[in-house]
Design a protein around this ligand. Structure first.
Ligand code: ADP
Length: 480
């Protein structure tokens, strides 16, 4: 089942609360009004008894029952206060006065007994409701049981009127409140609709679009700002990926075109074995380059997807550097380069991935060899500095101009594109090196002057006996 909108649910909650509040308020007011009306009646009944007391006090002290009956009968029927009055002389055990109505509708026996008990009673007599005050009064040494009443029909009428008014206005008020509540919630939530509409329309072709900027200073503004920031991150990731794909296709096109041209030329006319061998050699060379390029692309693509994570275990960096250095020795001799290694005498333990560290060194040494013309020198230094293991690969090669130094770690960046195509670099080596160093919580930087050579410095946290260095976080890249 489709859920109701937040605006609608808010309105229903608001309405339910409002209705409950209205019910409690109405019931409370009704009770209060009833109480007040009864209080007024009670005051009036008390007033009547006070008047009667005064009247009886004004009579002669030893007046007989008959005299009193005569006086009261003369004075009271004329006043309304006598309509529901009865007076019983407790001392002489005789009725002094009984209003006609009471004589007709209230049995005398029953009442004379009840009189001395509770003060106020509600009775239904002759189909009408009444409120009576019963009181014992002592006047001139005589005790009277007095009971006087008032009809409560007007009270009931007022209460009915009040209830009717409440029931008539309550739905109108509720309707108004519902309309107001719905309008308010729609107004408050309308930016959410705008955000939803824009967000729905954003796809790969218009990732640069942003949600409407809100100036409400509340949660909704924070939501739209956060979503915009997220869109920004997604956009730059998307641009990176599409750029990477475009660059990769571009890089792959060149060697494939070369292989194709080489094969076409070879096949154009019959040739001798030597020509075919030469053509195949070129094709093989290009195929090897292409396959190493594909390997590099794959590494970076996996790194981007987060699937390529290194398996870090305590490794001895000394052993790795010595081993890789040894593998390059022969090539240095062929290239007429002087190769020296200055390696610390003690073990240098770091949390690392052996294969990745070998690759990192191979990238740096490969570059050093590629960009150092003979007769040059290449030096590898391994030492510790504080809590870091430091590898330096220095060469006396062509160097890098300062403006290009921060860029060489970017993907597909080549300082001298024409020259690098010849030597086979696609500009991915240092990007992979940077990723490996970052995976080791380390940093890589370069110091170089054109014509004088370059020094690449890699720093990685040492695996100390306590193991604390392994968790240290460092800047990924500090190119100088
Ligand atoms: P490539 O495969 O082109 O060598 P890298 O990412 O390894 O790609 O290097 C990027 C660029 O940095 C190179 O094209 C080169 O211009 C420059 N570079 C790297 N190492 C050196 C170095 N030792 N000496 C001079 N330039 C270097």
């Amino acid at each position: 089942m489709r859920k109701l909108s937040i605006g609608f649910r808010l309105t229903i909650c608001y309405l339910a609360l409002f209705a409950a509040a209205q019910l409690f308020f109405g019931a409370g007011m009704w009770l209060l009004l009833r109480r007040s009306l009864y209080n007024i009646t009670d005051d009036e009944l008390r007033g009547q008894i006070d008047d009667l007391t005064n009247f009886l006090e004004a009579q002669k002290k030893n007046a007989s029952v008959a005299k009193l009956q005569e006086e009261v009968a003369e004075a009271y029927p004329l006043e309304h206060s006598g309509d529901y009055l009865q007076i019983y002389d407790d001392s002489d055990r005789a009725w002094i006065y009984r209003a006609d109505f009471l004589q007709q509708h209230m049995p005398a026996d029953g009442n004379s007994g009840v009189m001395t008990q509770a003060r106020y009673h509600d009775y239904t007599l002759a189909g009408g409701s009444f409120r009576f005050l019963t009181q014992k009064i002592e006047v001139n040494g005589r005790v009277f049981d007095v009971q006087t009443g008032l009809p409560t029909a007007p009270i009931a009428q007022i209460l009915v009127l009040f209830r009717r008014s409440l029931l008539m206005f309550a739905p109108l008020l509720l309707l108004g409140a519902a309309g107001g509540g719905y309008w308010l919630s729609r107004k408050a939530l309308s930016p959410v609709d705008a955000i939803t509409r824009t967000a729905r329309a954003i796809n790969a072709t218009n990732l640069s679009d942003r949600l409407q900027k809100l100036r409400t200073g509340d949660e909704l503004q924070r939501l739209s700002d956060t979503l915009n920031e997220m869109l920004g991150r997604i956009e730059s990731a998307f641009i990176r990926v599409t750029q990477f794909t475009a660059d990769a296709s571009h890089e792959l096109r060149a060697p494939i075109a070369l292989i194709r041209t080489e094969a076409e030329i070879a096949l154009r006319r019959p040739r001798g074995e030597a020509d075919y061998r030469e053509a195949l050699r070129h094709i093989l060379l290009e195929a090897e380059r292409t396959s190493s390029l594909v390997g590099e692309l794959l590494t970076l693509a996996r790194a981007d997807s987060g699937r390529e994570s290194l398996h870090l275990v305590p490794v001895d960096l000394r052993g790795i550097v010595t081993e890789v250095g040894g593998q390059w020795q022969e090539l240095m001799v062929v290239r007429k380069l002087t190769f020296t290694q200055l390696i610390a005498s003690e073990d240098i333990l770091i949390l690392g991935d052996r294969g990745a560290l070998q690759r990192l060194l191979a990238i740096l040494l490969d570059n050093a060899v590629k960009y150092t013309p003979a007769p040059g020198t290449i030096e590898v230094v391994l030492e510790t500095r504080g809590v870091s293991a430091v590898i330096r690969v220095c060469d006396s090669g062509i160097g890098i101009i300062p403006e290009e130094q921060p860029k060489i770690f970017e993907r597909f960046y080549r300082a001298d594109k024409a020259r690098n195509r010849e030597s086979g670099g696609a500009g991915l080596g240092l990007a992979i090196a940077l990723w490996i160093v970052q995976q080791h919580q380390g940093s890589i930087s370069v110091r170089s002057s054109p014509g004088e050579g370059s020094t690449f410095v890699v720093e990685m946290p040492l695996q100390l006996a306590t193991g604390s260095a392994g968790s240290e976080t460092r800047a990924g890249l500090a190119a100088r």
